[in-house]
Design a protein around this ligand. Structure first.
Ligand code: ADP
Ligand code: ZN
Length: 620
C-alpha cells in the first residue's frame, strides 16, 4: 500500500473524517475484496473508490455512464491534484493514444471510461496490458435490465473483469430495490461478496406535497419565498409545459431555462451546461433531465406534475442537496393529475400485466401524497427501510393534517358515479352532488336523480378532494378513452359499508399559500437556518462566493469544483487568519490550499479588517 486512507482523505480531499460506511468499504477494498455499495445520492460513494485508488499502486478503472458527469468528476479530482483522466468517444485519436500511453506507463491514478468504449476490441486489448488497482462501476444499476437505466454496454464489464480476475471490483449505486440489487450482483459476479448498504434517508431534504390550487402562482411563491437566487429543477410532464413554465418564470424575474428531449441537441447541451456551471438558474424539465446532472448545490426540486412512481419521485427529488446542505423537495398535485396519470397508463402500449404494475406503482405514490403521516416514514418504508417517523422536517410533521372518516362522503360520491352509469368525470358529478342546474345537468335530466343535491353542504373543493382521494386509494378507476370514473370491486365494498375510508382533511382556509410558505421558510431556508447569517457570515459568504465564481470562470470550470458551498460557509464563520487555520476547514486539501489559500485568506482578512481595528481600539 502506497498511503494510508485517512491521510489521503485529510491531505488530498481536506476532509477530517470518513462518513457512514466509507471507512468499512475502503478497508475491505484495500484488503483485496470486492463489494456492492448502496448509498443514497450525496452519500459519498465516490470517495469509496477514489481513496483506495490513491492508496494502492496501479491504475483504478472507473466505468461511468455519462460523459458530462465524468468530465466534472475528473475536473474536481484534478483540482485536488489527483492524476485522473477521461477516456471516451469525445477524444481525438491522438488524445486517446496519449491517454493510453500515460495509463500503460504508470502516470495515472484513475482512468474514467465510458461504457461504449468497452465494446471495442481495441480497448480490451489495451485494458489487458494495464496494471490495475481496482475496478469501480459507478451507477452500477445500469447493468440491470430490470432497472430504469439499462445500458447494454455495461454487460461488457464482466468480460473486462475476466482479464483481471484478481483485481477487486466495487459496484456503486443509489438504486436500492431488491431485484436490481440481485441482478447487479449476479451480472458483475458479486454474489459471494459483501453488500454495504446505508440508510437511504436524505436528512437535509425537506419534503412537502401540497394541493394544487394555482400551480404557477404556488411555484412562484415557493421559489421567490424560499429559494430566490438559488439553483433548482422544476419537473413537468410535457415538453410544452417546460417551455411555458420557463418563459413565465423569466417574466416573473426568475432566471429559468427549459430542457426536454425535443430541443435541438445544441440548445439542450447549452442549457444543461449552463445549469451545471451557473449559480441561481432554474431549469424546467421533463424527466429527460437529470441523469447527467451531478450538481451538488441544487437547492430545490419542484414537481408541478405527478411523477410515475415512488421510485421516480425519490430519484428526481434526490437531485437536490447532494452537498448535504438544506434543500427542498416540493410538489403540487390535484385530481387532474390522478386522472391523467391513470389514463396514460391505460392508453399505453404495455401488456395488461405491465398496466397493472404501473397502476400499483402510481397507487403507492398517491398513497404517499395523501398520507397524513411523516413523509420520510412513508418514503423510506416503500423501500423497505424502517423509519420512526416524526422527522420534524416534512410538511406533515411541521403542520400535521387531520385525518377524517370519509366513508359517508365517499359513498355519496360513488353513488353519483353509479346513478349516472359511469359515464362522467368529476366536474359534472360535483355539479350533481352540489345540486347545480347547469346545462349539462338539465340536458341529461340529472336533477331528478336521488343524488342530486345530496352534497350541497360541502364545498366544491371538498368534493374534488373526495374524488381525488377515492381515485388515489383505488376506490375508483378511470376510463382510458373518455376519462370517466368507473366503479370497481372496492367501490362496491364501500357503498355496501363493507369497508371504510379515511381521508386527509383539506386546508379550507382562504389564507394565500404565501403566508404559509413564509412561515415554514423561517425554519427551513438554507441560509437563514444557519447561525452565521445572523453573525454577519452571510455577507462574507457572498464575498467568497463571488471570488469563487471569478476563479472558476477564469479556468472554465464549475464554481463548486473550486470549493463547495459548505466549505465557503465554514470559512465565513471560522474566518481563518493563517494558512494553517485555513487548512483545518473541511474541503481544503493540500493542493487547494496552495492553489487558492492565499487568495481566500486575503479576502477574509480584507473583510475582517474594520472589525480588527475596532478590536484594537477597544483594547487600548
Ligand atoms: P454520491 O456519489 O454518493 O452521490 P458524492 O461522492 O458525490 O456522493 O459525495 C457527495 C458530497 O459529499 C460531495 O460533495 C463530497 O465531497 C462530500 N463528501 C463525501 N464524503 C465526505 C466526507 N467523508 N467528509 C466530507 N465530505 C464528504
Ligand atoms: Zn416527517
Amino acid at each position: 500500500m502506497k498511503r494510508n486512507p485517512l491521510s489521503v482523505l485529510r491531505e488530498v480531499f481536506g476532509y477530517p473524517a470518513f462518513r457512514g460506511r466509507q471507512a468499512e468499504v475502503i478497508d475491505h477494498v484495500l484488503a483485496g475484496g470486492s463489494a456492492l455499495v448502496l448509498m443514497p445520492t450525496g452519500g459519498g460513494k465516490s470517495l469509496c473508490y477514489q481513496v483506495p485508488a490513491l492508496c494502492l499502486s496501479g491504475l483504478a478503472l472507473v466505468i461511468s455512464p455519462l460523459i458530462a458527469l465524468m468530465r466534472d468528476q475528473v475536473t474536481a479530482l484534478q483540482q485536488v491534484g489527483v492524476r485522473a483522466v477521461v477516456y471516451n468517444s469525445t477524444l481525438r485519436a491522438d488524445e486517446k493514444a496519449q491517454v493510453r500511453k500515460a495509463a500503460l506507463t504508470g502516470k495515472l491514478d484513475l482512468l474514467y471510461v465510458a461504457p461504449e468504449t468497452l465494446n471495442t476490441e481495441f480497448f480490451t486489448d489495451f485494458a489487458g496490458r494495464l496494471t490495475l488497482s481496482l475496478f469501480a462501476v459507478d451507477e452500477a444499476h445500469c447493468v440491470s435490465q430490470w432497472g430504469h437505466d439499462f445500458r447494454p454496454d455495461y454487460l461488457e464489464i464482466a468480460k473486462l473483469r475476466a482479464l483481471h480476475p484478481q483485481v477487486p471490483l466495487l459496484a456503486l449505486t443509489a438504486t436500492a430495490d431488491p431485484q436490481t440489487r440481485e441482478e447487479i450482483q449476479q451480472r458483475l459476479g458479486l454474489s459471494q461478496d459483501p453488500l454495504f448498504s446505508s440508510s437511504f434517508d436524505r436528512p437535509n431534504i425537506r419534503y412537502e406535497i401540497t394541493q394544487r390550487k394555482e400551480a404557477r402562482r404556488q411555484l412562484l411563491d415557493f421559489i421567490s419565498g424560499r429559494h430566490r437566487g438559488e439553483s433548482g429543477i422544476v419537473y413537468c410532464l410535457s415538453r410544452r409545459k417546460t417551455e411555458e413554465t420557463a418563459e413565465w418564470l423569466c417574466s416573473q424575474g426568475v432566471q429559468a431555462l427549459p430542457y426536454h428531449a425535443g430541443l435541438d441537441p445544441q440548445t439542450r447541451q447549452l442549457h444543461q451546461d449552463r445549469f451545471q456551471r451557473e449559480e441561481g438558474l432554474v431549469i424546467c424539465a421533463t424527466i429527460a433531465f437529470g441523469m447527467g446532472i451531478d450538481k451538488p448545490d441544487v437547492r430545490f426540486v419542484a414537481h408541478i406534475d405527478l411523477p410515475k412512481s415512488v421510485e421516480s419521485y425519490y430519484q428526481e427529488t434526490g437531485r437536490a442537496g447532494r452537498d448535504g446542505q438544506p434543500a427542498e423537495a416540493w410538489m403540487v398535485y390535484g385530481l387532474g393529475d390522478v386522472v391523467s396519470q391513470r389514463r396514460l397508463i391505460e392508453q399505453g402500449e404495455g401488456t395488461q400485466e405491465w398496466k397493472r404494475l404501473s397502476q400499483r406503482k402510481l397507487g403507492a405514490l398517491l398513497g404517499l401524497c395523501e398520507s397524513v403521516q411523516c413523509r420520510r416514514k412513508g418514503l423510506l418504508g416503500y423501500f423497505g427501510e424502517a423509519h420512526p417517523g416524526d422527522c420534524g422536517h416534512c410538511d406533515n410533521c411541521q403542520q400535521p393534517p387531520k385525518a377524517l372518516d370519509g366513508t359517508e362522503l365517499g359513498r355519496k360520491a360513488l353513488s353519483a358515479v353509479a346513478r349516472t352509469d359511469q359515464k362522467f368525470g368529476a366536474g359534472h358529478l360535483i355539479d350533481i352532488l352540489m345540486g347545480r342546474h347547469t346545462d349539462k345537468v338539465d340536458r341529461f335530466g340529472h336533477d331528478s336523480l336521488s343524488v342530486f343535491g345530496i352534497g350541497s353542504g360541502e364545498s366544491e373543493r371538498t368534493w374534488s378532494s373526495v374524488f381525488r382521494q377515492l381515485t388515489a386509494a383505488g376506490f375508483l378507476d378511470v376510463d382510458a378513452e373518455y376519462g370517466a370514473f368507473l366503479l370497481n370491486r372496492l367501490s362496491w365494498q364501500l357503498m355496501r359499508a363493507q369497508t371504510s375510508l379515511m381521508i386527509r382533511q383539506e386546508d379550507e382556509s382562504t389564507r394565500p399559500p404565501r403566508s404559509r410558505t413564509a412561515r415554514s421558510a423561517r425554519s427551513t431556508t438554507s441560509r437563514s437556518a444557519l447561525p452565521q447569517a445572523a453573525a454577519g457570515g452571510g455577507e462574507l459568504f457572498d464575498v467568497l462566493r463571488a471570488l469563487r465564481k471569478k476563479l472558476a470562470e477564469s479556468q472554465g470550470i464549475p464554481p463548486y469544483v473550486v470549493f463547495h458551498d459548505s466549505t465557503l460557509r465554514e470559512m465565513a464563520t471560522e474566518r481563518p487568519q493563517t494558512l494553517d487555520a485555513l487548512a483545518q476547514i473541511s474541503g481544503v486539501g493540500q493542493v487547494k490550499l496552495e492553489r487558492y489559500g492565499a487568495t481566500f485568506l486575503s479576502a477574509i482578512r480584507d473583510y475582517a479588517h474594520p472589525a480588527q481595528q475596532d478590536a484594537a481600539h477597544d483594547s487600548v
